[in-house]
Design a protein around this ligand. Sequence first.
Ligand code: NAP
Ligand code: MG
Length: 522
Amino acid sequence: MSTTLERIAPFTNEPVKKFSDPQEIAEMQAALARVKARFGERYPLVIGGRRVETEKQILSRNPAHKSEIVGSVSSASAAQAEEAIELAAATFESWKRESFELRAEVLFRAAALMRERRYEFDALLVYEVGKNWAEAEGETTEAIDFLEYYAREALRYGGEHPIVPFPGERNELRYIPLGVGAVIPPWNFALAILVGMTAAALVTGNTVVLKPSSDSPVIAARVVDLFEEAGLPAGALNFIPGSGSVIGDLVVGHPKTRFISFTGSKEVGLHINELAAKTAPGQRWIKRVVAEMGGKDSIVVAADADLDAAVEGVAVSAFGFTGQKCSACSRAIVEAPVYEAFVERLRARVAKISVGDPSLPDTGMGPVVSESAFKSISQYIEIGKGEGRLLCGGNAIGDEGYFLEPTVIVDVAPEARISCEEIFGPVLSVHKARDFDHALEIANNTEFGLTGSLYTTDRAKIERARDEFFVGNLYFNRKSTGALVGVHPFGGFNMSGTDSKAGGRDYLLLFLQAKSISEKLS
Ligand code: NAP
Ligand code: MG
C-alpha cells in the first residue's frame, strides 16, 4: 500500500454549515452580494489553457428573477470542440505519466481552495440554479467530499494490488488511465456532480473535455478556474460549453474520445450510449460509457410506520430543491389502513413549505430551473389532474421567476403517466396499496431503479425490502435524498443508469484499465 496514503488522515465528510450563527449568515450574505456584483460577466472557453471568447454566447439566467443574467458564457463551435479534443489527446501523453500522488495533490489543493470559497460557491448555486441556502451548502460540501475522497482513492488504486504468487515469476497488476474523456454533467448538481465526474477522470490520469449544462455554465467556468489554480496543467481540462445536440454529439462521436462520463436524463443518456457504440473511422477502441440517468423514486409507508416521520420524510424528499433531484421522492405508496391519515397529515405539512426567492435565508422552496422545465412540469400537473385528485398546489406563482407550488396528486393508479414518467419538479403522486406485497409491487413497477425508502417498524418488512426493493440506493426510516460521499455510494439500476456508485470504492475503476505484467525470473 502506498506510503503517501498512510500519511493522510482517513476520509471524513466535510461538516455542513447550518447558518445558525450570525457569523455564517453574514458571510453568506456578503458572498451573495459579491456574486451579484459580478452578474453579467463574460466567461470564455478554455482550450489547452488558452481563453477563447466567442461571439455566440449562452446567457445563464437567475431562475428566481428571469431578467437577471448571472453570466454570459462563450459557446464553442464544432471546430473549437475538435481542437479541444485534439489538445486533450496531446496532453494525455504527459498527464498519464504523472504519478497518482501528484494528481491526488491537485485534488487536495482544489478541495482546500473550495473550502476557502465555499460561501461563494453556495451563492453561485443560489443564483444560477435556484438552490436555497441549505441545499447550496449541502452541495458545496459534497463537492469538497468528492475531491477529498477521490484523491485518497487514487492513491489506493495507484498502490500495489494483491495477486497470487507464482514460482519463478515477478507479477504485477497496475491500473492505467483510458485517454480523453467527454464529461457531460447535469445542472441540478451543477457543482458537486460536475466536480465529482471531472475529478475522477483527471485524478486517474485521463484528460477531459467538459461540456457543461447550458443551464449552469457559470458555475462550471468557476470550477475550471479553480482546477487551474490548484495546479492542473494546461490542456488536461478543456472547457467547451455549447448546445447539447451539436457539441454533445460531436464529442461523443469523435474517434479520439475514449470514454463518456454522463449524468442527466434517460433520453440523452440512451442517445449517447447508441452514438458511442458506433465506431468512427480511425477509432481504435470500444468507447466506455458511464451513464447515470433519471429516477422515479418511491417511498413506501407501511401500516405500522411512525406516520409523522413518514410524512416528514416524504415532504422533504419530494420538495427539497423543488423536487429537482434524481433521488427525489415522486411517489408515496401507502398501505390502505393508514392511507387517509397519511394524506391528511401530508396536506398539512406541505402547506407549511414557503416558496420564494432562494437568496433569502428562510426560503423553503425556490423556483424550477428554466422556462422549459417550468412548461414541462406544468404540463405534467395538467395530466396529473386527470389521473388523480389534486390534493394541494397545482399553480404557478407570479411571473418574476419560474415558481410553482408544491403539488400533490392522490388516488393515482400505479401505471398512470405521472406515476411512471420522471417529471423532475415539485410534483408528488400518492398511491394506495392493498397491503405490503402490493406496495412493493408498485414500487418496482417503473423502468427506473434509483432510490427508494421504506418507513416501517416491522423488522420482517425491512428484511423483505432489503432483498426485493430493486433500487441502487435503498433507505429505511429516512428520506430518499441526501446520499453522502463514501457513506452511501450512489447510482441506480435499470433505466436509472450504469450503477456507477459515485462516491464509492468502485467508481475510479470506471476511469481506469488494468495491465497485468509478468516477468520470468532467471
Ligand atoms: P439532460 O437534459 O439530459 O442534460 C444533461 C447534459 O447532457 C447537459 O450537459 C446537456 O447539455 C447534455 N446534452 C444534451 N443533449 C446532448 C447530446 N445529444 N449529446 C451529449 N450531451 C447532451 O439532463 P439535465 O436536465 O441537465 O439533468 C436532469 C436529469 O439528470 C434528470 O433526469 C435527473 O434524474 C438526472 N440526474 C441523474 C443523476 C444520477 O446520479 N443518476 C444525478 C443527477 C441528475 P445542454 O444543457 O446544453 O442540453
Ligand atoms: Mg439559470
